[in-house]
Design a protein around this ligand. Structure first.
Ligand code: SF4
Ligand code: SF4
Length: 99
């Protein structure tokens, strides 16, 4: 999965230049953050029906749907559990990370 490119911070010229609203184009993780994750999501591919709900709700866009089954990019998954919470078929289990 291609990661978003790191953008150089441009100091806004005025308060009017700051982004407004719930979305802006700086909301992607750009550095590996798996080190501080306590739980990681594990998909049961036998139960998954590829509805893509988890893909749509993952706040960091780390679920890859380009292959025959979903893959989670664990280098960037922060373990928030939103995907597991939102899967209606309970196909995603949050598993405690090993030390
Ligand atoms: S929400 Fe559940 S059933 Fe839907 S694609 Fe994700 S893991 Fe599969
Ligand atoms: S645990 Fe959070 S960051 Fe990781 S795949 Fe699920 S929704 Fe995305």
């Amino acid at each position: 999965m291609d990661r978003p490119k790191v953008k150089k911070w441009q100091e806004p010229a005025s308060i009017d230049a700051y982004p407004l609203g719930a979305t802006c184009d700086s909301d992607h993780l750009v550095s590996i953050n798996a080190g501080w994750r306590t739980f990681k999501p594990v998909i049961d591919h036998d139960k998954c029906v590829m509805c893509l709900r988890c893909f749509l709700v993952c706040p960091d866009g780390v679920i890859d749907k380009s292959g025959p089954q979903l893959e989670i990019d664990y280098d960037y998954c922060k373990g928030c559990g939103v995907c597991a919470h939102e899967c209606k078929l309970k196909c995603i289990t949050m598993v405690k990370e090993e030390k």
